[in-house]
Design a protein around this ligand. Structure first.
Ligand SMILES: [Zn+2]
Length: 70
């Protein structure tokens, strides 16, 4: 599994959407510092949604149990 002609990893700026290289210090278009450093933010957001889904699932299961008990 080797890709000899692997292109440079390119990501887009989180503010203006300009394609910039990974690990670039500053966006050339809007000047945002570390425009591609958004991994933890995305992870936190998906974690937040996962927490909400899990909480809703627990709530639904409890509701079903209570409804079937009465
Ligand atoms: Zn930008």
């Amino acid at each position: 599994m080797s890709t000899p002609a692997e292109p440079l990893p390119v990501a887009s700026c989180t503010v203006c959407g300009t394609e910039v290289e990974m690990d670039v210090a500053r966006c050339p278009s809007c000047g945002l510092a570390r425009p591609t450093a958004r991994g933890p933010q995305v992870l936190a957001r998906s974690g937040f949604w996962m927490l909400g889904i899990v909480l809703f699932a627990v709530y639904a299961v409890v509701l079903l149990i209570v409804a079937s008990a009465h």
